[in-house]
Design a protein around this ligand. Structure first.
Ligand code: V47
Ligand code: SF4
Length: 392
């Protein structure tokens, strides 16, 4: 399938070698990762990433039906890219939900076919182990089948330290209460020098990775993100992916990798221009090629917009997250493409089908819940772009 590239008469031999490796299922190294970012053409990257995607998943494109709860948008930390952090000084713009208020959010989904609640927000002292174990227990008592995915190592590190618990003990207590999986946030960029500049006061890279490792040890699956397109260089991105790939070799506990494009509204890094769509697609493709032991690559569509999400499906992405509502404020405040990221199942299915892929609803751990290939919806008009299917 990649023969045309491998046998190309004029292509640089380094790119032919990478294509050969991809075809043989061999791993590319650090230097090759940087080379792909710096020198590879978009068409080449797309061909390789799509080859891997189709080998692993065919046309299957996952989505899930979830909703988000952000317990607070105030935070003791001061990440420069975050559109929350300034709000601690302007509390009137902030919110701090009580347990009852969060239960009201959960109850507002009663009777709706959601399978997952994603809980993540700022860090505040009273939102401690007691607070969250109680919330988790109440959610599970109310709706036992709802999967609880929540808290990044940033929140967990603070909670465990305060409660004087080891990572494993803290996670065990949460798991006993009903906690089931960990989202990928808080990773940002692992390089210590970049971290010192953009998010110096929250949990460091080593702690982030150690908390994920502890979760994997308890059979708690997790995701991983990478915040890209700010002050980092390409080698920082490869270093970030390399640290994740190494941990995944050890534990196998990561489900998916989610590159998050830096958005520059309402934060202390607003002077930095955002990268363009081509860079987003290059980044997805290199991630798919480099992260050979991560089963899934997710595009978080509320952040990049529907059309880029559709395009990303030809650059290695096989998951476009969920049908969520507008409670995800961190993105709308940072300048996401979707100011009201509500997308019904019908629309999401159509969005996937329009680019020639197969929409499959999954649960949090990627079991198939429903294949929508044959489902026919009555749609008044097509509001999404139709793109040709790319075959390699
Ligand atoms: O860690 C904050 C990011 C993350 C900005 O696991 C920003 O399924 C861009 O991790 N521009 C939290 N990004 C969200 C997150 C996530 C999202 C969707 C799905 C999953 C999952 C996880 O949001 C933070 C940070 O990297 N973020 N500010 C910004 N200005
Ligand atoms: Fe707090 Fe997270 Fe924002 Fe950092 S990114 S300031 S930890 S809410």
């Amino acid at each position: 399938m990649l023969e045309t590239i491998i046998n190309h008469p004029t292509l640089d031999t380094r790119f032919k070698r990478i294509a050969e490796k991809v075809q043989n299922g061999e791993r590319i190294d650090f230097e090759e990762g940087v080379l792909l970012y710096e020198k590879a053409e978009l068409g080449y990257l797309g061909a390789l990433a799509n080859y891997i995607r189709e080998k692993r998943h065919g046309d299957t494109t996952y989505f899930n039906r979830n909703f988000h709860i952000e317990p607070t948008n105030l935070c003791i930390y001061t990440c420069k890219f975050c559109s929350y952090s300034r709000l601690i000084k302007q509390r009137e713009e902030g919110w701090v939900y009580t347990e009852d208020e969060m239960m009201d959010i959960v109850k507002s989904y009663d009777g709706k076919p959601v399978t997952e609640v994603h809980i993540v927000g700022g860090v505040l002292p009273h939102m401690n182990m007691e607070f969250f174990t109680s919330l988790i227990r109440r959610i599970k008592a109310h709706r036992p089948e709802l999967h609880i995915k929540g808290f990044t190592p940033v929140e967990l590190f603070y909670m465990f330290k305060k409660a004087k618990l080891s990572y494993t003990e803290g996670l065990k207590q949460l798991k006993e209460a009903g906690y089931q999986s960990m989202p990928g946030g808080g990773a940002e960029i692992f390089d210590e020098e970049i971290r010192e500049i953009i998010c110096k006061d929250k949990c460091n890279s080593e702690q982030w990775l150690a908390i994920h490792e502890a979760a994997h040890g308890l059979d708690i699956p997790t995701n991983a993100t990478m915040l890209y397109g700010h002050i980092e260089k390409y080698h920082h991105r490869v270093d970030h992916m390399n640290r994740l790939r190494t941990l995944q070799d050890k534990t196998g506990g990561f489900n998916c990798f989610i590159p998050l494009k830096f958005r520059n509204s309402n934060n202390e890094m607003s002077h930095i221009s955002e990268v363009n769509v081509l860079e987003d697609l290059r980044n997805y493709a290199v991630a798919r090629i480099y992260m050979d032991n991560f089963p899934h690559l997710k595009a978080y569509w509320p952040m990049i917009g529907r059309e880029t999400a559709q395009l990303s499906l030809a650059f290695g992405v096989n998951d476009i997250d969920g049908t969520i509502d507008d409670t995800t404020k961190i993105y709308s405040m940072a300048g996401s493409e979707e100011q009201n990221p509500a997308l019904t199942t019908k629309q999401l299915v159509k969005m996937i089908k329009n680019v020639g892929r197969r929409p499959v609803e999954r649960n949090t751990v990627y079991d198939t819940l429903k294949d929508y290939t044959e489902e026919v919806f009555e749609e008044p008009k097509d509001i999404f772009i139709d793109l040709p299917v790319i075959n390699n």
